[in-house]
Design a protein around this ligand. Structure first.
Ligand code: ACM
Length: 691
């Protein structure tokens, strides 16, 4: 396959690493008080050099644009408008208008507009220089300038006299060209406003591919005018009109984001086959599939009519989705009909296709002809990587990093997703340390170039419009940093420190990941008085997709209104309790501050119990969690006793440790689809007690 040239990221030439924590002394002109610049940026730029002094934000921005992408670049102008509004909102500056003179100089030099249809090779680099007298942004394209503006917003911070921008010089470029977020809008539908606010969040953390998973066994979400039955019979009335999809493509482009649509074939195709049973391999569905998991239905790869249909459908979709890539799914298609339908078996013999994999490779190759005719590239999940697959297919690796490496060795481009499945409900720190292309990877320099980047995956079995944001954010911000920043940016504690300000920034963009949990708790408890419930909820997190799926036997019609739906994965308390424990254990007999904090935190959990128990009496759905809540006093006692032993240096009585570890093991068992997020920290405390 002709390999598309990459934008070469510039090597980090300065000391971003030291700049994370090393404060810059900024002496205010008005007072002798000093101010420390704290680097809250996420993602970290490839190069950052702190300057001296700061720019006081006393008035809004006097904007000057130079270069060939000047006054008539509406995308650039609206990005500047949005960015300056956000800074005004964050700092209380009045917007320019009658009686307000903008005086803060903001100069942008943008060489050229970005590509009409953004490609994987779009130049996203930029430089941003802030001095006490003004701001200079330089970029090759407006996409680079859009990234620079997001960085600028994250640099605003309080100073002694008001808000400031610290003097700094940033020279930034992405590490990977493909930095994606996939959302499954098919198993559960997500309305347009949800997609828009997600795109705003993606732009804030410099993600550049929105992979829109539009079809599944549970629903066909994209309107086709050529094949209107797809949504008429396959969507429960929940789908995106073509006008809406075009609006999303334009909205994304405005933010430097490509939209890659996915239409699943030949498996995960019940919704197609509900509408057009003549496409089926044998058995046909009688309803949209409500169950999750892998289905047996499959599109028939042996009939010419199948390819005519797909050709007309993808041709129509190409008028809506201009991106050079189209995703055809390709995963999980056991297709038992291919093993027993005599007509299909005869076809396989005739074409010397030995098994289902070979038949699927044949199918992919024929679909690829349509995709090539549309001047596009095919993307598929890693099952498509079978012998004989043409090289111009991008492999999206979801079952492990191996498929990516294997694909690259065979000459296929790839995108890594396996470590970025958000429905595993893992902590941000775990995702953060998974690198799409570690320097230790066993690949040649040419093979390394085939790794395009990574994609976060948000599958929707257990997702609603209310819960989606809290499942995606803020963890995705940490993964976005993995895709953008140098490989050496690996300090998990510092990532968590920066995750809080970015989380708040994301909320100001309209994302609901923080407030939706509270809304859910209010609804569960049927009261506004949720302080106690929130205290306990902050010590809980959802179990993984798999655990919930098996415990609750969920399907598409399961109500997503339980305690588990109102608690967040990886709430901040988990990491901060672990940090406190780690610090306390370095000097347990003298560190009274952390000991007091930890004692108080566990006490706050027990204090909350009576109120929450009263609320459970009137809310059967809340009462789900009664077993969990009943476990808290014993666990808090374990914490208090451990802290006491450690602080005094005393040995625990014989058998104490074993008994406590047993309580922890008991508390680890599944209940109410939620788990305690402090057990690891508590385990460390108990283990450290001398016996
Ligand atoms: C997948 O998770 N089946 C791509």
């Amino acid at each position: 396959m002709p390999h598309r040239p990459s934008t070469t990221p510039r090597p980090p030439h300065t000391t971003w690493k030291h700049a994370l924590w090393v404060g810059v002394m900024i002496v205010s002109a008005q007072s002798a008080r000093t101010q420390v610049f704290v680097n809250n940026l996420m993602p970290q730029p490839s190069s950052l050099t702190p300057g001296s002094g700061s720019l006081a934000l006393t008035s809004t921005f006097a904007v000057q644009i130079a270069g060939s992408s000047a006054e008539n670049d509406t995308r650039l102008r609206s990005a500047i408008e949005r960015a300056t509004r956000r800074i005004e909102m964050a700092t209380g500056l009045p917007h320019a208008g009658t009686g307000v003179t903008p005086t803060t100089p903001l100069h942008l030099h943008v060489d050229r507009p970005g590509e009409e249809v953004q490609t994987i090779d779009e130049d996203e680099t930029y430089t941003l220089k802030i001095t006490p007298t003004g701001i200079d942004i330089a970029a090759k394209t407006d996409v680079g300038a859009i990234h620079a503006l997001e960085t600028l917003i994250q640099l605003v911070q309080p100073g002694p006299q008001g808000y400031i921008l610290p003097a700094v010089s940033i020279d930034d470029a992405p590490r990977f060209r493909w930095r994606g977020l996939m959302i499954d809008c098919a198993r559960h539908f997500e309305p347009i406003p949800v997609i828009k606010r997600t795109l705003d969040g993606m732009a804030a953390v410099k993600l550049n591919v929105f992979h829109w998973h539009l079809t599944e066994d549970q629903g066909f979400r994209m309107q086709s005018l050529v094949f209107p039955k797809l949504t008429a019979l396959g969507s429960d009335g929940l789908f995106y009109t073509q006008a809406e999809a075009r609006e999303i493509v334009a909205y994304a482009r405005d933010r430097g984001i490509r939209v890659v649509p996915e239409f699943e074939m030949p498996g995960h195709s019940t919704a197609w086959l509900m509408a057009y049973p003549e496409l089926a391999s044998g058995t046909t569905p009688t309803s949209i599939r409500r169950e999750f998991g892998v289905s047996d239905y499959a599109i028939d790869p042996t009939r010419d009519e199948t390819y005519t249909f797909i050709d007309r459908f993808l041709g129509e979709m190409a008028t809506i989705f201009p991106d050079a890539y189209v995703h055809i799914g390709g995963d999980e298609s056991p297709a038992p009909d291919w093993k027993k339908n005599p007509r299909i078996l005869a076809f396989m013999r005739q074409h010397d296709l030995k098994n289902n994999d070979a038949l699927q490779a044949y199918f992919n190759t024929r679909v690829l002809k349509t995709i090539a005719r549309l001047h596009k590239h095919m993307v598929g999940w890693d099952e498509v990587l079978t012998p004989g697959l043409p090289k111009d297919v991008v492999i999206q690796s979801w079952r492990g990093g191996d498929a990516l490496t294997k694909g690259a060795k065979l000459g296929y481009e790839g995108v890594l997703s396996a470590p970025y499945y958000l429905d595993g409900m893992k902590p941000a720190g775990v995702h953060y340390l998974a690198d799409p292309l570690p320097s230790t990877a066993d690949l040649t320099p040419d093979q390394r170039k085939l790794v395009l980047g990574g994609e976060v995956c948000m599958w929707a079995e257990h997702l609603s419009a209310r819960t989606i944001d809290s499942r995606i954010w803020p963890r995705t911000a940490a993964i976005a940093e993995r895709f953008w920043s140098p490989e050496s940016v690996q300090d998990v504690d510092d990532m968590y420190r920066r995750l809080e300000p970015i989380s708040i920034e994301l909320e100001t963009l309209g994302l609901t990941h923080l407030e939706s949990g509270d809304a859910g708790l209010r609804e569960l408890a049927a009261t506004e008085d949720i302080e106690a419930l929130r205290t306990i909820a902050a010590a809980l997190e959802p179990v993984s997709f798999g655990e919930r799926y098996h415990a609750q036997r969920t399907n598409q019609l399961t109500a997503l209104d339980r305690v588990v739906d109102s608690v967040r994965p990886d709430p901040p308390s988990r990491h901060f309790i672990e940090l406190r424990v780690k610090r306390f254990l370095t000097s347990p007999t003298t560190d009274t501050q952390d000991r007091t904090y930890l004692d108080a935190w566990f006490t706050s959990l027990t204090t909350a119990i009576p109120i929450v128990e009263r609320q459970m009496h009137t809310s059967p759905r809340l009462a789900d969690a009664s077993t969990r809540v009943a476990q808290i006093p014993a666990l808090a006692a374990v914490a208090h006793q451990s802290l006491t032993f450690l602080a005094s240096g005393q040995h625990a009585p014989t058998g104490w440790k074993t008994a406590q570890l047993q309580k922890l093991a008991e508390a680890k068992k599944p209940s109410a689809l939620v788990r305690f997020n402090f057990l690891e920290a508590l385990n460390q405390l108990v283990a450290a007690v001398p016996d």
